[in-house]
Design a binder for this molecule. Structure first.
Ligand SMILES: *[C@@H]1O[C@H](CO)[C@@H](O)[C@H](O)[C@H]1NC(C)=O
Length: 312
């Protein structure tokens, strides 16, 4: 068992390094090669009647670029990411941004990376139907509640937004899909954990559904000073404990790919080494560039990844 763990740990580190290299190569190529594909935003029709609304009560939105040829029955769905709000104050602030209101979103989105239509950049999915689902509920497309006091009304309706978008996409061809990949990055990567299985169930017998989370495996761990920084933050976002993917994953049946660098910026800066855990700034150089990390700091960061891999 111990030997197996060590090997898994080594694989984890190798994967983290590989991811960085590939990403750097891809972005260098993108500067030279890729032409920008801009895709128009669509508001979800009738969503308001089912209570599927953004924080500020605007309708939810997505961007769809139609598939073609051999990809016509492939669907790649991507949840937009962008952190969370965890109380009335932070959600009220968010409702006045593009992450809380479709009225403030840019109406054209650049489709790059997995959303690109360039076969050289995106050989697997370039001709699939590709959808970017806009994030405006503040809770990884998972909540279903509202907040009212004398002066403020807000809607945390991520679950209804997800249902409304999928229902609309079914009418636009998703019902006849053959292959589907549900994906997302960061808060959007977390959303894939919540919706992978109910989505797979909806399409069972019709399409093969797989899911992929990119930088969304947020660990339930103490920070370097022993405080439950991430747990108390997420407790504010939802008040039940299985928000963490490490607990949800065990019950997911559909095939699932997890991409998580050992040095993912959000977890590193906000959860593992939040400013409150490092009052003397001993991690500042390491946060600025990995080359500024001491060997014991690298070991600490890789230790968190070890938790991730042994938990699976
Ligand atoms: C409603 O909640 C907001 C956000 O917490 C707060 O700023 C405001 O004062 C509250 N209004 C009332 C009437 O309690």
């Amino acid at each position: 068992m111990a030997r197996r763990r060590v090997r898994t740990w080594a694989a984890a580190v190798a994967t983290g390094v590989l991811v960085v290299v590939v990403a750097a190569a891809a972005s260098a190529a993108a500067v030279v090669v890729e032409e920008k594909l801009m895709v128009e935003m669509a508001l979800v029709p009738g969503a308001a009647s089912t209570g599927a609304v953004c924080l500020d009560r605007c309708p939810p939105a997505y961007h769809l670029h139609q598939g073609s040829g051999a990809g016509a029955r492939g669907w790649l769905l991507q949840f937009e990411g962008g952190g969370w709000c965890n109380d009335a104050r932070s959600c009220a602030g968010r409702a006045r941004t593009s992450l809380g209101s479709s009225s403030l979103m840019n109406k054209l989105e650049t489709f790059s990376g997995l959303l690109s239509n360039d076969p050289a950049m995106n050989p697997d999915f370039y001709n699939w139907n590709r959808v970017k689902m806009r994030y405006c509920d503040g809770g990884s497309f998972a909540g279903d509640s509202e907040f009212k006091n004398g002066s403020l009304v807000m809607y945390m309706r991520g679950q209804r937004i997800w249902d409304a978008i999928i229902t609309d996409l079914f009418l636009k061809g998703l019902a006849k899909a053959e292959k589907v990949l549900l994906s997302g990055c960061s808060a959007g990567g977390l959303a894939t954990f919540f919706h992978c299985d109910d989505f797979e169930k909806r399409l069972r017998g019709v399409a093969t559904v797989k899911c992929m989370s990119d930088a969304g495996f947020f660990l339930d761990v103490d920070d370097i000073s022993g405080h439950g920084t991430v747990r108390s933050f997420f407790n504010g976002v939802v008040d039940f404990q299985c928000f963490f993917p490490q607990y949800v994953l065990r019950s997911i049946r559909a095939p699932y790919f997890i991409l998580n660098s050992a040095y993912g910026v959000y977890q590193f800066f906000q959860n593992f080494v939040p400013p409150s855990s490092d009052p003397r700034g001993q991690w500042s150089r390491c946060k600025a560039a990995l080359s500024g990390c001491s060997s014991s700091q690298i070991a600490t960061l890789q230790g968190y990844t070890f938790v991730l891999y042994t938990d699976l």
